[in-house]
Design a protein around this ligand. Sequence first.
Ligand code: NDP
Length: 333
Amino acid sequence: MSDRFQAVLISRNDKEPQTVDFVEMTEDELMNGDVTVAVEATTVNYKDGLAITGKSPVIRRFPMIPGIDFAGTVTRSDHPDWQEGDKVILNGWGVGETHYGAYAGRARVSGDWLVSLPEGMSVENAMAVGTAGYTAMLCVMALERHGITPDRGPVIVTGASGGVGSVAVSLLSELGYEVTASTGRTTEEAYLKELGADEIISREELSGPARPLGKQRWAGGIDAVGSHTLANVLSMTCYGGAVAACGLAQGVDLPASVAPFILRGVSLLGIDSVMAPRQLRVEAWDRIAEQLDHKKLSALSRTIAFSDVIQAAEDIIAGRVRGRLVVSMHEET
Ligand code: NDP
Protein backbone atom coordinates (compact mmCIF):
# COMPACT_ATOMS: atom_id res chain seq x y z
CA MET A 1 0.00 0.00 0.00
CA SER A 2 1.28 3.47 -0.90
CA ASP A 3 2.05 5.64 2.08
CA ARG A 4 1.14 8.79 0.14
CA PHE A 5 -1.74 10.81 1.53
CA GLN A 6 -3.49 14.14 1.02
CA ALA A 7 -2.84 16.99 3.43
CA VAL A 8 -3.72 20.65 3.79
CA LEU A 9 -0.53 22.70 3.99
CA ILE A 10 -0.31 26.35 5.05
CA SER A 11 2.86 28.04 3.78
CA ARG A 12 4.37 31.48 3.77
CA ASN A 13 6.32 33.19 1.05
CA ASP A 14 7.75 36.64 0.35
CA LYS A 15 4.67 37.79 -1.55
CA GLU A 16 1.76 36.54 0.58
CA PRO A 17 1.21 36.28 4.34
CA GLN A 18 0.04 32.69 3.83
CA THR A 19 -1.18 30.24 1.19
CA VAL A 20 -3.38 27.20 1.84
CA ASP A 21 -3.19 24.20 -0.51
CA PHE A 22 -4.05 20.54 -0.73
CA VAL A 23 -0.76 18.64 -1.25
CA GLU A 24 0.37 15.03 -1.42
CA MET A 25 2.78 13.93 1.32
CA THR A 26 4.47 10.82 2.68
CA GLU A 27 5.01 9.69 6.27
CA ASP A 28 8.71 10.58 5.97
CA GLU A 29 7.72 14.23 5.75
CA LEU A 30 5.80 14.20 9.07
CA MET A 31 7.31 15.66 12.22
CA ASN A 32 8.82 13.64 15.06
CA GLY A 33 6.68 11.59 17.38
CA ASP A 34 6.48 8.07 18.76
CA VAL A 35 2.99 7.21 17.47
CA THR A 36 1.67 7.34 13.89
CA VAL A 37 -2.09 7.47 13.44
CA ALA A 38 -4.29 6.98 10.36
CA VAL A 39 -6.60 9.98 10.70
CA GLU A 40 -10.16 8.77 10.09
CA ALA A 41 -12.13 11.80 11.19
CA THR A 42 -11.34 15.37 12.13
CA THR A 43 -13.38 18.51 12.47
CA VAL A 44 -13.45 22.27 11.99
CA ASN A 45 -13.14 24.26 15.20
CA TYR A 46 -13.15 28.05 15.47
CA LYS A 47 -9.38 27.92 15.98
CA ASP A 48 -8.97 25.95 12.73
CA GLY A 49 -10.95 28.71 11.05
CA LEU A 50 -8.59 31.32 12.48
CA ALA A 51 -5.56 29.30 11.31
CA ILE A 52 -6.76 28.70 7.73
CA THR A 53 -8.08 32.22 7.16
CA GLY A 54 -4.99 33.69 8.86
CA LYS A 55 -7.30 35.96 10.87
CA SER A 56 -5.29 35.33 14.06
CA PRO A 57 -1.72 34.07 14.45
CA VAL A 58 -2.70 30.53 15.48
CA ILE A 59 0.08 29.01 13.36
CA ARG A 60 3.45 29.55 14.93
CA ARG A 61 5.63 27.56 12.54
CA PHE A 62 5.50 27.45 8.73
CA PRO A 63 4.80 25.37 6.77
CA MET A 64 2.09 23.79 8.90
CA ILE A 65 -0.62 21.18 8.50
CA PRO A 66 -3.58 22.72 10.37
CA GLY A 67 -6.23 20.83 12.32
CA ILE A 68 -6.24 20.76 16.13
CA ASP A 69 -8.04 17.46 16.70
CA PHE A 70 -8.53 14.03 15.19
CA ALA A 71 -9.71 10.50 15.85
CA GLY A 72 -8.19 7.48 14.16
CA THR A 73 -6.28 4.21 14.42
CA VAL A 74 -2.67 3.74 15.51
CA THR A 75 -0.62 2.33 12.61
CA ARG A 76 2.74 2.32 14.39
CA SER A 77 3.87 2.92 17.96
CA ASP A 78 7.10 3.12 19.94
CA HIS A 79 5.16 4.34 22.98
CA PRO A 80 4.44 1.86 25.80
CA ASP A 81 0.74 2.86 26.10
CA TRP A 82 -0.22 2.34 22.44
CA GLN A 83 -0.20 -0.48 19.93
CA GLU A 84 -1.08 -0.82 16.27
CA GLY A 85 -4.87 -0.98 15.93
CA ASP A 86 -5.71 1.14 19.00
CA LYS A 87 -8.44 3.71 18.44
CA VAL A 88 -7.38 7.13 19.73
CA ILE A 89 -8.43 10.78 20.04
CA LEU A 90 -6.17 13.83 20.04
CA ASN A 91 -7.10 17.35 21.15
CA GLY A 92 -4.70 20.26 21.28
CA TRP A 93 -1.13 20.09 22.60
CA GLY A 94 -0.13 22.54 19.86
CA VAL A 95 -1.10 20.12 17.08
CA GLY A 96 -2.09 22.22 14.06
CA GLU A 97 -0.22 25.19 15.59
CA THR A 98 3.42 24.17 16.13
CA HIS A 99 3.22 20.45 15.30
CA TYR A 100 1.79 19.03 12.02
CA GLY A 101 -1.93 18.59 12.56
CA ALA A 102 -5.09 16.71 11.73
CA TYR A 103 -5.82 17.75 8.14
CA ALA A 104 -3.87 14.87 6.63
CA GLY A 105 -4.30 11.15 6.06
CA ARG A 106 -1.63 10.44 8.68
CA ALA A 107 -0.44 12.21 11.84
CA ARG A 108 2.69 11.51 13.86
CA VAL A 109 2.48 12.73 17.46
CA SER A 110 3.68 12.03 20.99
CA GLY A 111 1.85 9.09 22.54
CA ASP A 112 1.53 11.19 25.72
CA TRP A 113 -0.94 13.42 23.86
CA LEU A 114 -3.42 10.67 22.97
CA VAL A 115 -6.44 9.36 24.84
CA SER A 116 -8.36 6.17 24.05
CA LEU A 117 -11.54 6.46 22.04
CA PRO A 118 -14.19 5.64 24.68
CA GLU A 119 -15.78 2.21 24.29
CA GLY A 120 -18.82 2.29 22.03
CA MET A 121 -17.97 5.68 20.52
CA SER A 122 -17.26 5.93 16.77
CA VAL A 123 -14.49 8.14 15.39
CA GLU A 124 -17.20 10.25 13.71
CA ASN A 125 -19.06 10.76 16.99
CA ALA A 126 -15.81 11.66 18.74
CA MET A 127 -15.24 14.39 16.17
CA ALA A 128 -18.88 15.51 16.28
CA VAL A 129 -17.88 16.36 19.86
CA GLY A 130 -14.33 17.45 18.93
CA THR A 131 -12.31 20.01 20.82
CA ALA A 132 -15.32 22.33 21.08
CA GLY A 133 -17.41 19.65 22.80
CA TYR A 134 -14.61 18.41 25.00
CA THR A 135 -14.07 22.03 26.08
CA ALA A 136 -17.80 22.35 26.84
CA MET A 137 -17.41 19.33 29.15
CA LEU A 138 -14.34 20.90 30.81
CA CYS A 139 -16.54 23.97 31.48
CA VAL A 140 -19.34 21.84 32.98
CA MET A 141 -16.81 20.03 35.19
CA ALA A 142 -15.37 23.37 36.37
CA LEU A 143 -18.84 24.64 37.33
CA GLU A 144 -19.54 21.39 39.19
CA ARG A 145 -16.24 21.65 41.08
CA HIS A 146 -17.36 25.10 42.10
CA GLY A 147 -20.59 23.68 43.51
CA ILE A 148 -22.91 24.97 40.78
CA THR A 149 -25.51 22.21 40.91
CA PRO A 150 -28.86 22.27 39.05
CA ASP A 151 -30.76 23.32 42.20
CA ARG A 152 -28.75 26.56 42.38
CA GLY A 153 -30.69 28.04 39.44
CA PRO A 154 -30.35 28.60 35.69
CA VAL A 155 -27.06 28.52 33.80
CA ILE A 156 -26.44 30.69 30.75
CA VAL A 157 -24.56 29.53 27.64
CA THR A 158 -23.31 32.23 25.25
CA GLY A 159 -22.55 31.62 21.57
CA ALA A 160 -25.15 28.91 22.04
CA SER A 161 -25.58 27.80 18.44
CA GLY A 162 -21.83 27.42 17.90
CA GLY A 163 -19.83 24.26 18.63
CA VAL A 164 -18.94 24.82 22.30
CA GLY A 165 -22.36 26.34 22.90
CA SER A 166 -24.42 23.56 21.29
CA VAL A 167 -22.62 20.82 23.22
CA ALA A 168 -22.78 22.86 26.45
CA VAL A 169 -26.55 23.34 26.10
CA SER A 170 -27.00 19.60 25.44
CA LEU A 171 -24.80 18.48 28.34
CA LEU A 172 -26.26 20.91 30.89
CA SER A 173 -29.78 19.94 29.96
CA GLU A 174 -28.96 16.21 30.22
CA LEU A 175 -27.52 16.87 33.68
CA GLY A 176 -30.76 18.53 34.82
CA TYR A 177 -29.79 22.20 34.66
CA GLU A 178 -32.23 24.88 33.54
CA VAL A 179 -30.44 26.37 30.52
CA THR A 180 -30.64 29.88 29.08
CA ALA A 181 -29.13 30.06 25.60
CA SER A 182 -27.84 33.37 24.25
CA THR A 183 -27.65 33.55 20.48
CA GLY A 184 -27.41 36.03 17.64
CA ARG A 185 -29.38 33.60 15.48
CA THR A 186 -32.95 33.81 16.67
CA THR A 187 -33.88 31.57 13.73
CA GLU A 188 -32.15 28.78 15.68
CA GLU A 189 -34.66 28.86 18.54
CA ALA A 190 -36.21 25.49 17.61
CA TYR A 191 -32.73 23.91 17.27
CA LEU A 192 -31.61 25.20 20.69
CA LYS A 193 -34.86 24.03 22.31
CA GLU A 194 -34.32 20.58 20.76
CA LEU A 195 -30.88 20.50 22.41
CA GLY A 196 -32.51 21.31 25.75
CA ALA A 197 -32.51 25.10 26.15
CA ASP A 198 -35.34 26.32 28.38
CA GLU A 199 -35.03 29.98 27.47
CA ILE A 200 -33.48 31.77 24.50
CA ILE A 201 -32.23 35.35 24.75
CA SER A 202 -30.81 37.57 22.05
CA ARG A 203 -27.04 38.02 22.05
CA GLU A 204 -27.72 41.81 21.82
CA GLU A 205 -28.90 41.77 25.45
CA LEU A 206 -25.31 40.99 26.43
CA SER A 207 -23.12 42.47 23.71
CA GLY A 208 -23.01 46.14 24.79
CA PRO A 209 -20.95 47.71 27.62
CA ALA A 210 -21.76 46.11 31.00
CA ARG A 211 -22.85 47.87 34.18
CA PRO A 212 -20.71 46.95 37.20
CA LEU A 213 -23.64 44.98 38.66
CA GLY A 214 -26.85 43.93 36.95
CA LYS A 215 -29.94 42.03 38.06
CA GLN A 216 -28.93 38.59 39.39
CA ARG A 217 -30.17 36.15 36.76
CA TRP A 218 -27.96 33.06 36.56
CA ALA A 219 -26.24 30.72 39.02
CA GLY A 220 -23.55 30.03 36.48
CA GLY A 221 -22.42 30.52 32.92
CA ILE A 222 -20.43 28.96 30.10
CA ASP A 223 -19.04 31.73 27.93
CA ALA A 224 -17.60 31.11 24.46
CA VAL A 225 -17.70 34.79 23.48
CA GLY A 226 -15.56 36.97 25.82
CA SER A 227 -15.48 40.79 25.68
CA HIS A 228 -18.66 42.73 26.68
CA THR A 229 -20.67 39.51 26.67
CA LEU A 230 -18.56 37.94 29.41
CA ALA A 231 -18.59 41.24 31.35
CA ASN A 232 -22.41 41.27 31.22
CA VAL A 233 -22.68 37.62 32.23
CA LEU A 234 -20.43 38.27 35.24
CA SER A 235 -22.47 41.31 36.25
CA MET A 236 -25.71 39.27 36.13
CA THR A 237 -24.41 36.17 37.93
CA CYS A 238 -26.08 35.47 41.28
CA TYR A 239 -24.32 35.72 44.60
CA GLY A 240 -21.65 32.97 44.94
CA GLY A 241 -22.03 31.88 41.31
CA ALA A 242 -19.36 31.09 38.73
CA VAL A 243 -18.70 31.57 35.04
CA ALA A 244 -16.47 29.26 33.00
CA ALA A 245 -14.78 31.33 30.28
CA CYS A 246 -13.35 29.52 27.28
CA GLY A 247 -13.79 31.65 24.18
CA LEU A 248 -13.30 34.95 22.38
CA ALA A 249 -15.81 35.00 19.50
CA GLN A 250 -16.75 38.62 20.33
CA GLY A 251 -13.28 39.64 21.46
CA VAL A 252 -10.26 38.85 23.55
CA ASP A 253 -10.82 41.87 25.82
CA LEU A 254 -12.73 41.85 29.10
CA PRO A 255 -14.20 45.31 29.77
CA ALA A 256 -15.58 44.40 33.20
CA SER A 257 -15.45 45.73 36.76
CA VAL A 258 -14.40 43.84 39.89
CA ALA A 259 -17.83 44.48 41.46
CA PRO A 260 -19.24 40.95 40.82
CA PHE A 261 -16.12 39.41 42.41
CA ILE A 262 -15.89 41.58 45.49
CA LEU A 263 -19.58 42.30 46.16
CA ARG A 264 -21.17 39.01 45.10
CA GLY A 265 -18.35 36.50 45.49
CA VAL A 266 -18.68 35.55 41.82
CA SER A 267 -15.83 33.43 40.39
CA LEU A 268 -14.38 33.50 36.92
CA LEU A 269 -13.12 30.04 35.95
CA GLY A 270 -10.57 29.93 33.13
CA ILE A 271 -10.81 26.92 30.80
CA ASP A 272 -7.96 25.77 28.57
CA SER A 273 -8.33 22.59 26.57
CA VAL A 274 -4.96 22.68 24.77
CA MET A 275 -2.62 21.88 27.67
CA ALA A 276 -5.21 20.36 30.02
CA PRO A 277 -3.66 17.47 31.97
CA ARG A 278 -4.31 13.95 30.76
CA GLN A 279 -6.38 12.92 33.80
CA LEU A 280 -8.85 15.74 33.14
CA ARG A 281 -9.09 14.80 29.45
CA VAL A 282 -9.79 11.15 30.20
CA GLU A 283 -12.47 12.14 32.71
CA ALA A 284 -14.02 14.59 30.22
CA TRP A 285 -14.14 12.03 27.38
CA ASP A 286 -15.54 9.29 29.65
CA ARG A 287 -18.28 11.61 30.82
CA ILE A 288 -19.06 12.72 27.25
CA ALA A 289 -19.43 9.06 26.24
CA GLU A 290 -21.78 8.44 29.17
CA GLN A 291 -23.76 11.63 29.34
CA LEU A 292 -24.07 13.24 25.91
CA ASP A 293 -27.33 12.16 24.30
CA HIS A 294 -26.72 10.50 20.91
CA LYS A 295 -29.81 12.00 19.32
CA LYS A 296 -28.68 15.47 20.34
CA LEU A 297 -25.19 14.78 19.02
CA SER A 298 -26.72 13.89 15.63
CA ALA A 299 -28.92 16.99 15.74
CA LEU A 300 -25.98 19.31 16.40
CA SER A 301 -23.49 17.89 13.87
CA ARG A 302 -23.16 17.27 10.16
CA THR A 303 -20.48 15.59 8.07
CA ILE A 304 -18.47 17.20 5.31
CA ALA A 305 -15.82 15.80 2.96
CA PHE A 306 -12.11 16.51 3.47
CA SER A 307 -12.09 18.49 0.21
CA ASP A 308 -14.56 21.00 1.80
CA VAL A 309 -12.43 21.79 4.83
CA ILE A 310 -10.99 25.09 3.57
CA GLN A 311 -14.42 26.49 2.72
CA ALA A 312 -15.74 25.31 6.10
CA ALA A 313 -12.93 27.18 7.87
CA GLU A 314 -14.07 30.39 6.20
CA ASP A 315 -17.69 29.64 7.08
CA ILE A 316 -17.02 29.13 10.79
CA ILE A 317 -15.26 32.50 11.07
CA ALA A 318 -18.14 34.17 9.21
CA GLY A 319 -20.60 32.68 11.76
CA ARG A 320 -22.26 30.48 9.13
CA VAL A 321 -21.72 27.14 10.90
CA ARG A 322 -24.35 25.78 13.28
CA GLY A 323 -23.19 23.28 15.91
CA ARG A 324 -20.36 20.97 14.85
CA LEU A 325 -18.80 19.85 11.58
CA VAL A 326 -17.30 16.37 11.26
CA VAL A 327 -14.71 15.95 8.50
CA SER A 328 -14.74 12.39 7.26
CA MET A 329 -11.45 11.20 5.78
CA HIS A 330 -13.13 8.07 4.37
CA GLU A 331 -15.77 9.27 2.03
CA GLU A 332 -16.91 12.08 -0.16
CA THR A 333 -20.20 13.19 1.44
P1 NDP B 1 -18.19 28.57 16.78
O1 NDP B 1 -17.89 29.52 15.70
O2 NDP B 1 -18.83 27.27 16.45
O3 NDP B 1 -19.13 29.29 17.87
C1 NDP B 1 -18.93 30.60 18.28
C2 NDP B 1 -20.29 31.24 18.48
O4 NDP B 1 -20.11 32.51 19.11
C3 NDP B 1 -21.05 31.54 17.19
O5 NDP B 1 -21.73 30.43 16.71
C4 NDP B 1 -21.98 32.63 17.65
O6 NDP B 1 -23.06 32.02 18.33
C5 NDP B 1 -21.15 33.38 18.71
N1 NDP B 1 -20.54 34.60 18.16
C6 NDP B 1 -19.76 34.72 17.05
N2 NDP B 1 -19.39 35.98 16.86
C7 NDP B 1 -19.93 36.69 17.88
C8 NDP B 1 -19.89 38.06 18.24
N3 NDP B 1 -19.24 38.98 17.52
N4 NDP B 1 -20.55 38.44 19.36
C9 NDP B 1 -21.23 37.55 20.10
N5 NDP B 1 -21.30 36.23 19.80
C10 NDP B 1 -20.65 35.81 18.71
O7 NDP B 1 -16.85 28.33 17.58
P2 NDP B 1 -16.51 27.20 18.68
O8 NDP B 1 -17.74 26.84 19.40
O9 NDP B 1 -15.69 26.14 18.04
O10 NDP B 1 -15.56 28.04 19.65
C11 NDP B 1 -16.13 29.07 20.45
C12 NDP B 1 -15.02 29.86 21.12
O11 NDP B 1 -14.37 29.03 22.08
C13 NDP B 1 -13.94 30.35 20.17
O12 NDP B 1 -13.52 31.64 20.56
C14 NDP B 1 -12.82 29.34 20.35
O13 NDP B 1 -11.59 29.88 20.02
C15 NDP B 1 -12.96 29.05 21.83
N6 NDP B 1 -12.43 27.74 22.22
C16 NDP B 1 -11.56 27.73 23.26
C17 NDP B 1 -11.05 26.57 23.73
C18 NDP B 1 -10.17 26.58 24.93
O14 NDP B 1 -9.40 25.64 25.13
N7 NDP B 1 -10.29 27.57 25.78
C19 NDP B 1 -11.32 25.28 23.05
C20 NDP B 1 -12.33 25.38 22.01
C21 NDP B 1 -12.85 26.60 21.60
P3 NDP B 1 -24.58 32.47 18.05
O15 NDP B 1 -24.72 32.49 16.56
O16 NDP B 1 -25.41 31.44 18.73
O17 NDP B 1 -24.71 33.83 18.64
